[in-house]
Design a protein around this ligand. Structure first.
Ligand code: 6PG
Length: 244
């Protein structure tokens, strides 16, 4: 592994090496946080990149992580039933949650069964505010991915959600399929104690160069708007995504 392209970028040979290192780091972070404050709040992302990480957390680290003290949330969701193959919840369930001894009451999927997606967003926001609204509590770790055009969670280029300063969760119509999404917004993402981006593959190269550079605008490259105001931002990338 090479450290130090910038302080916050960790570069690995490939997705497997990246996932092995991330799983070890995350397991250690969970164990340390739970022993310090008794619980750990984790937001998962969708997409294909986290699957290998999930598999490792659910096997190699299954018995090392105090799952009864872990609370699982989601950074975004596709507005389809939780049984649909496109559902981020279903992906997390099959690749991680079904493998570990976590109680269903600790798992907080984004609802997708309300008539109007904005109502689902409001309901999820109420749930988050119940848990994080008081004091300075927030996610201990948000995992995010990045699309080839720089979107993250379901914050896409040009979306009105990018300039939201009040709501923590919004519905959005996006150019990718399925089009209807519910997503966390910057005000809650940037309140996290740690945010890790997992980025793999040559199709991410151009957006990654822009987002790690100084000049990109978050309206064009939404991943650029992720800047936790009191926490750590780490980029876990592979050599196909970040040349040189
Ligand atoms: C989603 C995501 C999305 C994803 C990126 C990267 O629901 O689609 O949460 O933001 O993380 O598109 O996806 P890959 O890991 O598949 O490249």
């Amino acid at each position: 592994m090479e450290h130090g392209l910038t302080r916050d970028v960790k570069k690995f040979r490939d997705l497997k090496e990246l996932s092995l290192a991330a799983a070890s780091d995350i397991a250690e972070l969970i164990v340390g946080t739970v022993s310090r404050k008794g619980h750990f709040s984790l937001a998962l992302s969708g997409g294909g990149t986290p699957r290998t990480l999930h598999g490792l957390l659910g096997s190699v680290y299954r018995d090392k992580i105090p799952w009864e003290s872990v609370y699982v949330y989601f950074g975004d969701e596709r507005y389809v039933p939780h049984t649909d193959r496109q559902s981020n919840y279903l992906m997390a369930k099959e690749t991680l949650l079904d493998l570990v001894p976590i109680s269903p009451v600790n798992v907080h999927p984004i609802p997708t069964d309300l008539d109007v997606p904005s109502e689902a967003a409001a309901a999820y926001e109420r749930e988050l505010r119940r848990n994080f609204g008081e004091g300075d509590s927030s996610f201990d770790l948000i995992l995010l991915g990045m699309g080839g055009e720089g979107h993250t969670a379901s914050l896409f280029p040009g979306s009105p959600a990018l300039d939201e300063i009040r709501r923590w969760v919004m519905s959005a119509e996006v150019p990718a399929t399925p089009h209807t999404r519910v997503t966390l917004t910057y005000p809650i993402i940037n309140r996290a104690f740690a945010v890790y981006f997992l980025v793999s593959g040559a199709d991410k190269r151009e957006a990654l160069r822009e987002v790690l550079g100084a000049d990109a605008d978050y309206h064009t490259y939404p991943a650029k708007g992720v800047a936790p105001f009191r926490g750590r931002l780490e980029w876990w990338v592979d050599s196909a995504a970040l040349m040189g």
